[in-house]
Design a protein around this ligand. Sequence first.
Ligand code: ATP
Ligand code: MG
Length: 295
Amino acid sequence: MREEDILQAEERRVEEAFQRSDIAISVRGLRNSFGDQVIHEGLDLDVRKGEILGVVGGSGTGKSVLMRTIIGLQTPDEGEIQVFNESMIGRSDDEALAVRKRWGVLFQGGALFSTLTVAENVEVPIREYYPNIGPELRDEIAAYKIRMTGLPTEAGPKYPSELSGGMKKRAGLARALALDPDLLFLDEPTAGLDPIGAAAFDEMTRKLQQTLGLTVFLITHDLDTLYSICDRVAVLADRKVTAVGTIDELLATDHPWIQEYFNGPRGRAATAAVSREKDREQTKQAAVSPPDGRR
Ligand SMILES: Nc1ncnc2c1ncn2[C@@H]1O[C@H](COP(=O)(O)OP(=O)(O)OP(=O)(O)O)[C@@H](O)[C@H]1O
Ligand SMILES: [Mg+2]
């Protein structure tokens, strides 16, 4: 078999595995440490296909390390990680290629290459994973992804230093979407954005998730993001995922950090904002279609 055929067969096998399961990511018994510092111990987590899972936890609890472990940038001491039913631990980059192509990543802080333009940044994963795609098609794909994230076409030839914080995030997202992923990892996508910019970014994430059928692993401190777009939330504390569920389900637990986080002044403000938004939506709906159905 030619190398290309082997790769295609591998991609088909991953596609079939992807279709079979309801779970996109499964983590079991994960342990991570740096020297004496144990970050994760016995951590379990499932991310369901098609959901936006919010991941929260105090600073330094290991949210980014968890993400880096799932995408293979960090080797854990122990544990099993499956993405689309494929085991990710102990596999070479080449072996995991078919799965790696199915995800896109927006790192904390954006992590754009400062010496490359926005368009060149978006083209990096295309060059890496699809070296046979020629420059014209590559440019076209990059321009399309840039537009998809709401950036103007003129942003393509700009360098990251010429962009605002919000534009950098969008450029990072365009790069994460470069390979038409099924799975998106976002690490603090709204950090540093003003509330309007953050809400717009949230809305775009939700829209992309719905229209492209994405599964989203979303690390955030942003309570508005959790309330407005996350289907479920996983809480990292005490070195593991101590609770996972809808916000209502989390509020029913008596974990002190969860109570403090969601019921503190900021949590209450976010709840109030969401119920105001819901009221507004209902009023709008009622105005559009009166109860007796007349217009
Ligand atoms: N490469 C590394 N070497 C040593 N320690 C590390 C390394 N990466 C992370 N750590 C440590 O692991 C812990 C968890 O880091 P991590 O970046 O995952 O936190 P986080 O939950 O993402 O925090 P934040 O909300 O501030 O982003 C921290 O104490 C950090 O110092
Ligand atoms: Mg982090």
